[in-house]
Design a protein around this ligand. Structure first.
Ligand code: GLC
Length: 673
């Protein structure tokens, strides 16, 4: 059952698409959220860091609830910390922050759905695109407090709705019942083209066509399977969206075709900011038609990103979004069939207005004797230039709403930018290339975007802890509808080692988006750069042999509105050890994975909540199987091998590997288990 609580006059986010069976809360029920003084409510969380003080008068609203000791809280999509979200504070605020560590409260997505599971089970979705704070046992370990920094928003409370005709094993559990109702309400998840399940290679940046071809040839000559190579920002002319640097990539359509002939898709990046430059058609058209976000005085708002000064397309406005989406045409026409949308939180290095203010202050500091106070003030001013929360209060959208165009300040709808940029592209693809299946995923997102594309989890590090973090995020991303997901394999920032990339590959091979990506200035981490390329070839071949299973389970989870990645506690809610296990996952209906995420490990502890068959793969064709009873085990897992488990009575197909997905032949699978 779903109950809807509408407070004030909410901004329409279009995240919910199906209201069948949803009932409206009335009377006393509406006191679920109570009005609080924003300043007081936010004080223990660091105060009003985003909304301008004058907004405080508008008030915030809060929901509180005591948590029982056995309550587990699942959800919140892309976020730091555990599968069980208890014991920390999270904030909905799409953030361009590359330091994904435990002190953070937000990453790039804002996914306001969670399930409280205990004696009582319920789901809660806060449909508000501004700031929401989820204190899940932070101030008081037994209290849940959700603060919405607005009086205009919608809440959905979902309780289990177990009907007698539900016969599947997972359908009986209240958790799955809540999840399915929520997923049904937000609409069907995006399904990418099948080649997007192949191995993909990225780096910031392969700067010329020759460099890209060299990467392709290095994979092909070593027979390491691959389906896609990415074009990061340097393929563009001076970082201008929808342009190609003709010197570095002469005759681009011909180059795209040459790569297609090698069965490699090229996937260019598109950034949110449009460079301000006379003669650049996207910029000139945007200005002429009034399609950019405006400042308080109605002028096109200026911020700095990769190309220097840019404007943001007003993707919340239908005409502007349609126009921006059609910008992708030039690349589609060149034969491109995959894109990644970036910097769409939107990331801001500086706003012109704020930069001016800081420069003026620096002039003052120049004259001063920088002491303990002034030195740190000065340092904070400069450090605080990028992604400054105040900058999100300096610009406006002309958002298309059911009642017409509404002028709204960005911070109130901040979390919708990446969603609408990606929707703009996806809508345009349907018109421009109706017969083409196009890969698209984004960095920033809000629930609703899952219908239009996938996400990758942004700028992680080549750290062992980030292998585990990837695993922990998979179920909560699925809960929020995001099915085509993945992290930068091998880690984006910092230098990777061969062992780390191997272990990361042994997790990523079970994840839809298996993309190796690294930042500029870091050690090269294409698989052929390391010594043991033979092992990497075998690992990627195993991935390709698993595609029949992964593709089938992906589509099944999309169609039946459920999880592809299931925490052990969802399958065994009554088993305390299963609920507390946060480093293993069920993948689809039949398989359980247990990746190694520690340096120099020789194996790991594995908990089996039920009897299972262990599969040990030394290659895509060389494997052993062994039956295990339920219980705790230490399993040896060398970095050259892949181990997973199959549930009793289930079978997992292991196909014949191929060097690219088009050559996969599903008819030839052996059935494990
Ligand atoms: C951002 C992206 C990263 C990309 C870089 C350059 O940091 O998250 O993936 O490589 O920008 O475009």
């Amino acid at each position: 059952m779903i109950k809807r609580y509408v407070y004030g006059k909410p901004f329409e986010t279009y995240s919910v698409v199906c209201l069948d069976g949803v009932t409206e809360a009335a009377g006393e029920e509406r006191s679920l959220f109570a009005k609080v003084d924003m300043e007081k409510a936010l004080e223990p969380y660091g105060g009003i860091t985003w909304d301008r003080p004058e907004d405080a008068a508008m008030g915030a609203m809060q929901y509180t609830r005591t948590m029982e000791s056995e309550d587990v809280v699942y959800g919140l999509g892309e976020n730091v910390r555990g599968i069980n979200k208890r014991g920390w504070i999270y904030e909905s605020k799409c953030s361009d922050d590359p330091n994904h560590n435990e002190s953070k409260r937000s990453l790039y997505g804002a996914h306001n759905f969670m399930i409280v599971a205990g004696k009582e089970c319920f789901g809660i979705y806060i449909d508000y695109p501004g700031r929401v704070i989820f204190d899940i046992g932070y101030l008081d370990k037994n209290e849940l407090a959700i603060t919405v920094c607005s009086e205009n928003y919608t809440v959905y409370i979902i309780t289990p709705d177990i009907t007698p005709d539900v016969t599947s094993a997972d359908g009986i559990s209240p958790l799955y019942s809540i999840l399915r109702q929520f997923r049904h309400m937000i609409g069907r998840s995006y399904v990418p083209p099948k080649w997007a399940f192949g191995y993909q290679q990225c780096r910031w940046s392969y700067k010329t066509a020759a460099e890209v071809e060299e990467v392709a040839d290095n994979y092909r000559s070593r027979h390491i399977p691959i389906d896609a190579i990415y074009l990061d920002i340097d393929y563009m002319k001076d970082y201008k969206d929808f342009t190609v640097d003709k010197e570095a990539f002469p005759d681009f359509p011909d180059f795209v075709k040459r790569m297609k002939d090698k069965h490699i898709h090229l996937v260019p990046i598109i950034d949110a900011g449009v460079k301000i430059e006379e003669g650049y058609s996207t910029y000139e058209e945007g200005v002429e038609k009034g399609y950019f976000c405006k400042d308080a005085k109605g002028r096109d708002f200026v911020v700095g990103v990769w190309p220097g000064r840019v404007h943001f397309p007003d993707v919340l406005n239908r005409q502007a979004a349609d126009w921006f989406g059609h910008g992708y045409k030039v690349l589609l026409d060149a034969g491109i069939d995959g894109f990644w949308n970036d910097m769409n939180e939107p990331a801001i290095f500086y706003s012109e207005e704020h930069l001016k203010e800081v420069f003026e202050q620096i002039d003052e500091y120049k004259k001063a004797n920088l002491d303990i106070q002034t030195f740190f003030e000065f340092k904070d001013k400069v450090d605080g230039l990028a992604n400054n929360l105040g900058d999100y209060e300096r610009f406006y959208h002309r958002a298309t709403q059911p009642e017409g165009e509404v002028v709204i300040r960005h911070d109130h709808v901040h979390n919708l930018f990446g969603y609408n940029m990606t929707k703009a592209a996806s809508d345009a693809f349907k018109e421009l290339a109706p017969d083409k299946d196009i890969l698209i995923f984004s960095r920033a997102s809000y629930i609703g975007m899952h219908r239009y594309g996938g996400i990758w989890t942004g700028d992680n590090h080549s750290w062992w802890s980030h292998i585990l973090m990837t695993l922990k995020m998979l179920p909560s991303l699925n809960m929020c509808g995001f099915m085509y997901v993945g992290s930068d394999m091998g880690g984006f920032n910092d230098n990777a080692t061969e062992e780390l990339v191997m272990r990361w590959a042994a997790l990523s091979m079970f994840v839809p988006l298996m993309r190796n990506h690294a930042a500029a200035g870091t050690r090269y981490q294409e698989l052929y750069r390391f010594t043991d390329t033979d092992t990497f070839r075998k690992l990627i071949e195993i991935r390709y042999a698993l595609i029949p299973y992964l593709w089938q389970e992906y589509n099944k989870a999309v169609d039946s509105e459920t999880l592809m990645y299931k925490p052990l506690g969802w399958e065994h809610p009554g088993d305390r050890h299963a609920v507390a296990t946060e480093d293993q996952l069920y993948v689809g209906d039949s398989m359980m994975i247990c990746p190694v995420y520690e340096q120099n490990a020789i194996g790991r502890h594995v908990y089996l909540p039920e009897p299972m068959t262990m599969v040990r793969l030394k290659s895509a064709t060389d494997y052993e199987q062994e039956k295990y009873a339920a219980g705790h085990y230490y399993i040896d897992i060398p970095a050259e091998q892949v181990v997973f488990f199959i549930r009793d009575g289930h079978k997992v197909p292991l196909g014949k590997s191929a060097e690219y997905t088009d050559a996969l032949d599903d008819s030839d699978a052996v059935w494990l288990g």
